[in-house]
Design a protein around this ligand. Structure first.
Ligand code: AMP
Length: 277
């Protein structure tokens, strides 16, 4: 495994890389969710490239950029075990040199949900992912279903800007009790960790009601919200039952629906989702 910090150095290596090249972009502090992406990339490609970069432009002024957890040594040991070929770990200056002024903006699907609560977030995400794609030049890139809206935004960008690669979605990896794995779970104290299960409980309730035939989306939103509100440590940002392509809120579920939520547990903001149908 080789660790590369500069785009110029990576480009030299890229010329000799066996194809196809599979790429997993991450912000580090890796857990089994990230490793599931790496494992799938390993199974489907000749070369596996993983990036670790805590992207400052996707954090808002009130977000947790400075406090975002970091442990590069542990990350590298985990990636080595998974058979990663190259780890691309650029500095902030390498990705955003002085005078940087070009941005990628994906309209419409970024207006809702995470986009509505985190202004500028997806502009930062789309820009860094476009820069990473241009630098890494992968044939396939792997993203978690955990960040469902991010996946939609990246797919739209790749299609609209004719980027020559395949975006692969990987199912959400959960702790045994159902909590979706996230680097941010490390912020939770033991009481908050228990309270955080309310996200999975609400999603499970939606799944159960849907399985019994409930197709009224507002009813699902209400039932999930009521369940979350019973947990005193939880504060809802949004609870959504939306069209999985446009992300518009549904009144009636006819085909598939993306059920998603953002809930703050103490100071930690958690997101999760499932797809119905
Ligand atoms: P992050 O480091 O949080 O930016 O995440 C990097 C990638 O890992 C993104 O594509 C995430 O969607 C994915 N990811 C994060 N958590 C999970 C999880 N629990 N299961 C599957 N993929 C995940």
């Amino acid at each position: 495994m080789k660790v590369v910090t500069e785009i110029g150095e990576y480009r030299k290596l890229r010329k000799g890389m066996p194809s196809p090249v599979g790429f997993v972009p991450t912000m580090g502090y890796l857990h089994q969710g990230h490793l599931a992406l790496v494992q799938q990339a390993r199974a489907e490609n000749k070369t596996v490239v993983v990036s670790i970069f805590v992207n400052p432009t996707q954090f808002g002024p009130k977000d947790d950029l400075a406090a975002y957890p970091r442990d590069p040594e542990r990350d590298l040991a985990l990636l080595e075990k998974e058979g990663t070929d190259i780890v691309f770990m650029p500095s902030a200056e390498e990705m955003y040199p002085e005078g940087f002024s070009s941005w990628v903006e994906v309209d419409k699907v970024t207006d809702r949900l995470e986009g509505a609560f985190r202004p500028g977030h997806f502009r930062g995400v789309a820009t860094i992912v476009a820069k990473l794609f241009n630098s890494v030049q992968p044939h396939r890139a792997y993203f978690g279903q955990k960040d469902a809206q991010q996946l939609i935004v990246i797919k739209k960008m790749v299609s609209d800007l004719n980027m020559d690669l395949e975006v692969v979605a990987v199912p959400t990896v959960r702790d045994p009790d159902g909590l979706a794995m996230s680097s941010r779970n490390t912020y939770l104290d033991p009481e908050e960790r228990k309270a955080a299960l309310v996200l999975w409980n609400a999603l499970s309730l939606a799944q159960e009601l849907w399985s019994k035939g409930e197709r009224n989306a507002e009813r699902l939103r209400q039932e999930m919200s009521a369940l979350i509100q019973k947990e005193p440590r939880a504060k809802i940002d949004y609870v959504s039952v939306a069209d999985p392509d446009s992300l518009e809120e549904l009144s009636q579920i006819e085909g598939t629906a993306l059920v998603s939520m953002a809930v703050r547990i103490g100071k930690t903001r958690l997101i999760d989702n499932i797809t119905l149908g």
